[in-house]
Design a protein around this ligand. Structure first.
Ligand SMILES: Nc1ncnc2c1ncn2[C@@H]1O[C@H](COP(=O)(O)OP(=O)(O)OP(=O)(O)O)[C@@H](O)[C@H]1O
Ligand SMILES: [Mg+2]
Length: 502
């Protein structure tokens, strides 16, 4: 390690209307080092990195690279100084080709100064092949799923040949295999002397990849330590300011009547005859029950929930019964009217209206219940929104704040609140804790337990197996659109579930 750190951020402060996002935070990164940056939702991690990358100017404080003071007035400035960032919210242009996204603003030119499309395709597909993502780089980005888009984002950052690489929750939509792939790359970059800042709410990842860990809380630097010096209990205590005794709160299930029954559900793949995303699936879920749906990505879990919820219109075949009565659901509003709610795994599509306030985003689905004689009762709206803000500890200056200014995890909580306020009896949760900090995760688990004990039926999809095993009363495993195994809470182990999913 050289004596002069690659990067020093000294006493950085930044405030937004109503929030002191950072107060005098200092941060250091050396060549060939990975620093894990952790903290609760809204702690200031992304803001600190946006200051490093020239998106925001700090109110106070300074940045030094190789001991030299730098000042970035735009992301381009930071890029030129060797800083590349993979942002938490994907920043690709959906309608534009993969290769143009990867090399945007830095298109290779021919001798005649025109864009060299062939070179562009070559460079970008080389990067993506390195990431084990050999896709057609001429296709528009929007044709690919979130995981691929995340990889494209990573390829873009790599193409900058940065000396400082910031990854803000890069794995939130990646599979285990893709995450491994990414870590191999991070290790290679480390070997070349690149300094990496790695932000994640997944503690195992932090311990696997980080040499040192920096913890922020409420916009302040709590401490920095090597991974060995900072066991997870201590790290969590630094993050949330208290001890967490029981990460997964226990519950004695009381299983009641059958709320939802699905028989022979089949969802054909659009445009491909004979191929089914969901194939002849039958199951039921009861009042008071948390039913886990396991399976690798592409196994059909999310399309299954979407098909039940009416997201695919009339395309699915099969029968759905709610409380013993056969129902016809061909659109999400019909599903909602039948007492269902669906938190999708796709944060963008799941309907935050970014320019709208926290309050209005929360009450979007439940407006009908808050009207009196046809008029929206603002008091009722305000009261129930505050209650959910408190129980989910959503960090926002006020309920009137525009939801776009909230931190990533807090936006996720607003979506959760929105669906809960519709007071569903059948709740579909697809990756409910993605991007959510440890403290809030256990709060969400407690809430899930409470909803179940109130008699709701919950269907849970999560890629985090410990979460699935701890929370589910029963687990169905899917593979290629079919249910391949069923385990009770007692029977299920990580090995058995994985074996059935492969
Ligand atoms: N553009 C903005 N306008 C107003 N407030 C903002 C803006 N960006 C961030 N904030 C506020 O600054 C605080 C820190 O947010 P930041 O996004 O840095 O948190 P984070 O640590 O990245 O959290 P998460 O883990 O949820 O992503 C939050 O209270 C957030 O609401
Ligand atoms: Mg963030």
């Amino acid at each position: 390690m050289k004596d002069t750190p690659l990067l020093q951020m000294k006493r950085i402060s930044k405030s937004f209307p109503g929030v002191q996002a950072l107060s005098e935070v200092s941060f250091e990164l050396h060549e060939g080092e990975v620093v894990g940056l952790v903290g609760e939702n809204g702690a200031g991690k992304s803001t600190l990195m946006k200051i490093l990358s020239g998106v925001y100017a700090p109110d106070r404080g300074e940045i030094l690279i190789d001991g030299q003071a730098v000042r970035f007035s735009s992301p381009k400035d930071a890029e030129r100084a060797g800083v590349a960032v993979i942002y938490q919210e994907l920043s690709l242009v959906p309608s534009v080709s993969v290769m143009e996204n990867v090399l945007m603003g830095r298109e290779p030119r021919t001798r005649w100064k025109t864009v060299d499309w062939r070179e562009m395709a070559r460079v970008s597909s080389e990067l993506l092949t390195l990431l084990d993502m050999p896709i057609d780089v001429r296709r528009p980005v929007e044709e690919f799923g979130v995981a691929v888009q995340q990889m494209i984002e990573i390829a873009k950052a790599l193409s900058l040949n940065a000396r400082i690489l910031v990854m803000d929750e890069p794995t939130s939509s990646l599979s285990e295999h893709e995450t491994k792939q990414l870590f191999d790359i991070v290790r290679k970059l480390k070997g070349k002397g690149v300094g990496v800042v790695y932000i994640s709410h997944k503690m195992e990842e932090i311990y696997e990849i980080a040499d040192r860990i920096t913890v922020l809380r409420d916009g302040q630097h709590v401490g920095t330590a090597t991974a060995e010096e900072l066991p997870s209990e201590k790290m969590i205590q630094w993050m949330v300011g208290r001890k967490i005794d029981q990460f997964f709160p226990s519950r004695t299930p009381e299983i009641g009547e059958e709320l939802l029954k699905v028989s022979g559900l089949t969802l054909p793949q659009p445009g491909m005859s004979g191929v089914n995303l969901v194939n002849n699936v039958s199951f039921s879920v009861h009042s008071g029950e948390i039913l886990g749906l396991a399976g690798l990505r592409g196994a059909g879990n999310s399309p299954l929930l979407g098909a039940i919820f009416g997201r695919y219109g009339r395309r699915p075949r099969g029968d759905i019964h709610i409380r013993g009565e056969k129902v016809e659901i061909t659109s999400p509003p019909q599903a909602i009217a039948h007492g269902m709610a669906y938190l999708t795994n796709d944060r963008k599509a799941s309907g935050l209206v970014l320019p709208m306030s926290v309050l209005h985003n929360m009450t979007l689905v439940s407006l009908r219940d808050m009207t009196r004689f046809g008029w929206l009762d603002p008091l009722v709206e305000q009261r129930s929104a505050s209650a959910y803000r408190d129980s989910l500890s959503i960090r926002t200056p006020s309920l009137r704040t525009e939801v776009s200014t909230l931190s990533g995890g807090n936006q996720q909580k607003v979506i959760l609140a929105k669906w809960l306020m519709s007071e569903p009896s059948i709740l579909f949760l697809d990756e409910p804790t993605r991007g959510i900090d440890v403290g809030a995760k256990t709060e969400i688990y407690s809430l899930m337990n409470r909803w179940a004990s109130e008699g709701k039926a919950i269907l849970l999809i999560t890629s985090e197996l410990p979460e699935l095993l701890a929370m589910s009363d029963r687990i169905l495993v899917m593979h290629r659109g079919e249910i391949t195994a069923e385990f009770s809470h007692e029977e299920a182990t990580q090995e058995k579930v994985m074996a059935a999913a492969m």
